[in-house]
Design a protein around this ligand. Structure first.
Ligand SMILES: NC(=O)c1ccc[n+]([C@@H]2O[C@H](COP(=O)([O-])OP(=O)(O)OC[C@H]3O[C@@H](n4cnc5c(N)ncnc54)[C@H](O)[C@@H]3O)[C@@H](O)[C@H]2O)c1
Length: 385
């Protein structure tokens, strides 16, 4: 196991009817900006419940944060905050709204070009406004981590940053707030959290016994409940379990002291930036091919994954590995999430521009051993056609 420091200051307030509790977490004198996305937060009663919880407090609202939040929109929130001297941010929504709010928090007092927060991946963030969240879509783990992914519409770039300054102070997780999610979004959430776990687990053996078993437990739980979570939108037990699994998948705990990959995400971001494919759907396309192309480097963990997660014990090593990858694809497909570029009508001609984007963003040595050059990424994309 590698040396590590673990720090996660986010308070989780979990369960049905917990939105009123957010009032205790925000200082009474705070000038609060509530940030949200489209109409769903209003329609499903989440925003009204938040307003009610903050009744009598000083609040302003900023709506219209897109799925895959854009720099252009978020800078308007920054301007509003500066003009109105607001001092606490409350994100109400899914990963996009929470990520957008983290960027806004870091950008308000940032000296220099705020886009450089993304190009330096957060290294230059020295402070941020305090923020809390009310989560409506379990998927990204953004409610309990310090990462954020922002798109620049004008240049079709999608980049991530991380900074300990943007951990949410608190996050309210009420599973009933997810009942209104369309099937597509909940299926996306299952795949997104599955791949988050895989990026931290499926590298090479590193003697993290608890981390491995924890990751396998989360994967097994997702496989057990994934299709049911999609099919039974108002089953509280399923939604509660899924919501907590998605948070645990990317709140840092399973990745401590372990090598991590994240190449599937880097390639996936380029697919979203270029073709507007939902984040999770890009991961379902890239991951299986990535595992095939990296089979030798990942052999030890692939065999462990085959045995412990898919109960595959028969056949040669290569047969077990291939069977585990096929099971992974079948799991994604069972959620109605395609695993091929052709499902989005992207053919060979789409590969050169994607590789060029990876190059432009410095994604030339990805993966747990920095071995994924542009040529390897190309092979992964070719295998995903
Ligand atoms: N910060 C991180 O660690 C991290 C990790 C993975 C992905 N991401 C990023 O997060 C973004 C994706 O976030 P997401 O998957 O949570 O989706 P999202 O926030 O983009 O939301 C997707 C859609 O669902 C709608 N929605 C949200 N909650 C709803 C509800 N309860 N009922 C009905 N509709 C609802 C939204 O309005 C939106 O249209 C991407 O930009 C991705 O790159 C961030």
């Amino acid at each position: 196991m590698q040396n590590f420091e673990f720090y996660n200051p986010t308070r989780i307030i979990f369960g049905e009817n917990t939105i009123p509790k957010l009032a205790d977490q925000i200082p009474a004198e705070a000038r609060v900006l509530i940030l949200f996305g489209g109409a769903s937060a209003e329609r499903n009663g989440t925003l009204p419940a938040v307003r009610e919880a903050l009744n009598g407090r000083f609040t302003r609202e900023f709506g219209g944060i897109e799925a895959n939040p854009t720099f252009e929109t978020l800078m308007k929130a920054v301007e509003l905050i500066r003009n109105e001297k607001l001092d606490f941010l409350l994100a109400v929504g899914g990963g996009s709204v929470i990520d957008g709010t983290k960027f806004v928090a870091a950008a308000v007092d940032f000296e220099g070009d705020p886009w450089s927060i993304l190009t330096t991946h957060g290294a230059n963030v020295k402070a941020a406004m305090p923020l809390g969240t009310v989560l409506t879509l379990p998927a990204t783990g953004s409610e309990m981590n310090s990462f954020s992914v922002i798109t620049r519409h004008a240049t079709r770039e999608k980049l991530a940053f991380g900074s300990p300054h943007v951990f949410p102070r608190f996050s309210v997780l009420d599973p009933t707030r997810t009942y209104s999610l369309p099937v597509r979004q909940i299926a996306n959430g299952v795949v997104d959290s599955f791949v988050h776990i895989m990026e931290q687990y499926l590298t090479y053996p590193a003697d993290g016994l608890a981390q491995d078993r924890f990751a396998e437990g989360l994967l097994l739980s997702l496989i057990e409940i994934g299709p049911k979570v999609v099919a039974e939108p108002e089953n509280y037990t399923l939604r509660a379990n899924f919501m907590w699994i998605a948070t645990l998948a990317l709140n840092g705990i399973i990745g401590v002291g372990m090598p991590q990959d994240w190449s599937t995400h880097s390639i996936g971001h380029e697919l979203t930036a270029r073709y507007d494919i939902d984040h999770a759907r890009t991961l379902a396309i890239v991951l299986p091919s990535m595992l095939r192309v990296r089979k030798d480097a990942k052999r030890g963990k692939l065999l462990q994954y085959a045995a412990r997660v898919w109960n595959l014990h028969e056949g040669t090593e290569d047969e077990r590995i291939e069977a585990a990858i096929v099971q992974t694809e079948k799991f994604f497909e069972s959620l109605d999430i395609p695993t091929r570029l052709s499902a989005y009508e992207i053919g060979e001609e789409g590969i050169d521009p994607l590789v060029a984007q990876l190059d432009a963003h410095g994604m030339t040595a990805l993966g747990e051993q920095s071995e994924i050059t542009l040529d390897v990424s190309r092979r992964v994309l070719e295998l995903s056609l």
